[in-house]
Design a protein. Structure first.
Length: 141
């Protein structure tokens, strides 16, 4: 299976699951008519610079639930200063990535899930974490 086919399948199952769960949030994952790796949560822009998102990385065999921050290092630093409080609100620790791979201004706060089950089961497993990220980080993003 190629990456685009895998993304199409992932987002089909993801959309079906959030509908089944009562549409507690929406996700924007289509840009230029194609499903992207990242879907922005409660954000209508597929190119948002600061957003909560779910990223399906087929080739790396992971799903990320994350706060994506691009071009606003100050926001990341503000959140990092509240790290203990935010992680207490989440109920678990997250990764605080203070540099981008390709862009010096990208920052991420994320939880990584290695794909070791069928996609439907993975989506069911990550769903509560997305709700946690929405609950804790929405007021900042």
């Amino acid at each position: 299976m190629n990456a685009q086919t895998a993304r199409d399948l992932f987002w089909k199952h993801f959309d079906e699951y959030i509908e089944k769960m009562g549409n507690k949030f929406y996700v924007t994952h289509v840009k230029g008519g194609k499903n992207q790796a990242a879907g922005n949560i409660n954000n209508p822009s597929p190119m948002a610079m600061q957003t909560i998102c779910c990223e399906y990385k087929y080739r790396e065999n992971v799903i990320l639930v994350q706060v994506y921050i691009n071009g606003n290092v100050e926001l990341f630093e503000e959140l990092f200063a509240k790290k203990e409080v935010l992680e207490k609100q989440l109920g678990y620790k997250v990764e605080w990535i203070d540099h981008g791979k390709e862009s010096a201004s990208v920052r991420r706060i994320q939880r990584t899930f290695y794909i070791n089950k069928p996609i439907d089961e993975m989506i069911e497993m990550i769903y509560p974490y997305i709700l946690d990220f929405i609950r804790v980080f929405s007021k900042y993003i």
